[in-house]
Write a protein that binds this ligand. Structure first.
Ligand SMILES: [Zn+2]
Length: 153
C-alpha cells in the first residue's frame, strides 16, 4: 500500500511543477526573444536569409507594444534591453529599485529601467553578489576530510 500512495503523490508533484505560473514563462520568453532580436539586429553582423527569418519569427512572438518600444529605442541606436547586474542597470549604471528587482526575480512582469527606459533583463544564474575579481584573502576551511565509513556489517 505504501508503494502505491507514494507513486501517486509524486505524480501530483510533477503535475504541480508543470503548472508553475504560466506568466513567469511568458515574461521570461518575451525578454529572451527581445534579447535574441537585439543581438541579431544590433550585433553589427551581416544578416543571412536565415537570420532574417529568425527575426521575423521573433518579432511575431513579441507583443506589439513591447516591440514598438524596442523599435523606438533601436531607431535611436539604443539597445532596448539592458542586463541588470548587481542591482544596477548595465546601460545607464543607475541603481534599480529593489521593488523592481523583486518583480523581475519572481518573473511576474516586464520591468523598465526608471532612468533609461530599457527593458531590464535579469540573467537567470545571476548570483546575489558578484564574485570578487581579485582574490580575497580568506583562510581556507577545507581541512575536514571525511573518511570513508568503514563498512563492517
Ligand atoms: Zn537604465
Amino acid at each position: 500500500m505504501g508503494k502505491l500512495s507514494g507513486a501517486s503523490s509524486s505524480l501530483r508533484l510533477r503535475l504541480r511543477a508543470a503548472a508553475v505560473c504560466p506568466i513567469v514563462t511568458v515574461v521570461r520568453k518575451v525578454i529572451a526573444n527581445l534579447l535574441a532580436l537585439q543581438d541579431l539586429e544590433m550585433g553589427g553582423k551581416r544578416l543571412s536569409p536565415a537570420d532574417k527569418e529568425t527575426i521575423t519569427q521573433l518579432r511575431a512572438q513579441i507583443p506589439e507594444p513591447i516591440l514598438a518600444h524596442y523599435d523606438r529605442m533601436r531607431d535611436r541606436d539604443k539597445k532596448a534591453v539592458a542586463v541588470l547586474r548587481n542591482k544596477v542597470c548595465s546601460a545607464c549604471h543607475m541603481t534599480v529599485p529593489i521593488g523592481t528587482i523583486a518583480v523581475l526575480m519572481r518573473g511576474q512582469d516586464i520591468q523598465l529601467c526608471g532612468s533609461c527606459g530599457r527593458y531590464l533583463h535579469l540573467p537567470k544564474e545571476a548570483p546575489a553578489e558578484t564574485p570578487a575579481p581579485a582574490p580575497v584573502e580568506k583562510p581556507k576551511r577545507r581541512r575536514k576530510k571525511t573518511e570513508p565509513p568503514i563498512t563492517g556489517t
